[in-house]
Ligand binder design. Structure first.
Ligand code: G6P
Ligand code: MN
Length: 447
């Protein structure tokens, strides 16, 4: 099979390739095509992959290109992992919001909406090109904000695009491990939207073991999300939230700690990543070594400012080393191409799986994966506070998609104003003004 990666010069692409080299049983990929707009980044990542495969004559062949049609021709799977406006855009998403006293974060709150507004038009074009050049390919969407972007791309690709995230699967596995359970035998009751969901149950042979976990402080201490949100709050909810819910339940503390930090996550990464690509250009022979060092630093500092302000401590070694997007993506690919049915938490069309949300909304829920794709499994109704929040955020996401697809500034202001983390219509107008001024192209896009 041929795998094409859009955003192929991205820093995490070597994780995908290494997973291809090691996963058992993995999908049978013979060719990898990396597409990117930036030749320098493609060359750097290519050098890392070559060094990874140095002692592996059976490794998938890698080709790089800046020509999109050439990249798509003959693709069986397309991973879409782009970052429109790069990390410079991410820092603007953060700073415009923080300067107005509201959350400035990559995917959650107004920053996530700004990111979606510039990304969705590009992803709709990509989806058109995939539909033309690789009409039978499956598209696995990594591009954030993944729920919104997947929902938008469905307009062109229908069920052939599936969104992924590592956080729900990571949470479920951490919870299972904390109780010493065999992850393979656990059924996870996880429901929500991307970066906005809850683990409500952990069943083994029909018995829900989550209550045991909630009652056990020592075991909860082994679950990153419970350390971040605090065992008492997790017990009050009766469920373990996705880590991104920290930004909702502890919004003031999150905003304060991000504002106090010397740099936002985007600013830190921008500097780190520019250093990485420059260092590899200078010493291509050391590409793998430089990448390995940079990656360890990136992963160990993930969500650091939230963990500091919550007193959650350092990340556990197995979380830093853990599967991530690459494992989710390759499991999904293996499930579709191998045809053996499995269950995975993915971003797909709701249908009737989550009562109270529109059928066309993309939700993040356990799905059956087989040769026909991914189908959501029906869930128990969400309890009031959770349902209310996902309904509100989904309405905001759909307004944001509409704004991006139609170029309506009024819809963009409405989406920002109705976001639960934006507390004034006036602030929403200032947010859009700030983003239009500082994000290249956004002023022309939204009229
Ligand atoms: C997790 C989330 C991703 C997000 C990433 C940010 O993996 O699931 O959606 O993009 O964290 O990590 P970073 O190192 O870029 O801050
Ligand atoms: Mn994610």
């Amino acid at each position: 099979m041929r795998l094409t990666v859009l955003g192929g010069g991205g820093f995490r692409v070597p994780l995908i390739y290494r997973q291809l080299l090691t996963q058992e049983p993995g999908p049978d990929v013979r060719d990898v095509v990396l597409h990117d707009l930036d030749e320098g980044r493609l060359a750097a990542v290519h050098a890392v992959l070559e060094q990874m495969a140095a002692d592996r004559p059976d490794a998938p062949k890698v080709r790089t290109t800046t020509d999109l049609d050439e990249a798509l021709d003959g693709a069986d799977f397309v991973f879409s992992a782009i970052r429109v406006a790069g990390l410079a855009g991410r820092t603007v998403d953060e700073r415009v919001a923080l300067d107005l006293g509201v959350l400035g974060q990559e995917t959650t709150g107004p920053g996530g909406l700004a990111y979606a507004l510039r990304t969705i038009p590009v992803c709709l074009d990509l989806a058109d090109r995939v539909a033309r050049r690789a009409p039978n390919a499956w598209v696995i969407n990594f591009t954030n904000p993944a729920g919104m972007v997947t929902e938008a791309m469905r307009r062109r690709l229908g069920d052939r695009v599936i969104g992924i995230c590592d956080s729900p699967i990571g949470l479920g596995e951490r919870a299972a491990r904390a109780l010493g359970l065999d992850v393979a035998r656990v059924t996870m009751d996880y429901v929500g939207l991307n970066h906005l969901g809850w683990l409500r149950g952990l069943r083994v042979d029909g018995v829900d073991r989550l209550p045991d976990l909630l009652a056990d402080d020592a075991a909860l201490g082994r679950v990153e999300e419970a350390r971040l949100l605090g065992p008492d709050w997790v017990r009050s909810l009766g469920a373990i939230p996705n880590e991104y819910l920290y930004y909702y339940y502890f919004n003031r503390e999150a905003v304060a700690s991000i504002r106090e930090a010397p740099a936002t996550r985007g600013e830190f990464l921008r500097q780190q990543q520019e250093g990485f690509y420059a260092a590899v250009a200078r010493r291509p022979g050391a590409a793998l070594e430089i990448w390995t060092r940079t990656r360890a630093e990136r992963d160990s500092t993930y969500m650091a400012e939230s963990r500091d302000s919550a007193g959650a401590g350092e990340r556990r070694q197995e979380d830093v080393a853990g599967g991530g997007y690459q494992r989710v993506a390759l499991d999904l690919m293996a499930g579709i191409s191998g045809g053996r049915a499995s269950t995975m938490i993915l971003n797909v069309r709701n249908g009737s799986a989550v009562p109270g949300l529109p059928a066309d909304a993309v939700v993040e829920v356990p799905c059956v994966v087989d040769a026909a794709g991914a189908r959501p499994i029906a869930t128990e109704p969400l309890e009031g506070s959770m349902l209310g929040l996902v309904q509100q955020v989904k309405a905001v996401e759909q307004l944001g998609i509409e704004a991006a697809a139609s170029g309506s500034a009024a819809a963009a202001v409405k989406a920002l104003a109705l976001h639960p983390l934006v507390d004034s219509v006036h602030t929403a107008r200032q947010l859009l003004a700030g983003y239009r001024e500082r994000l290249p192209g956004l002023a022309d896009l939204l009229r």
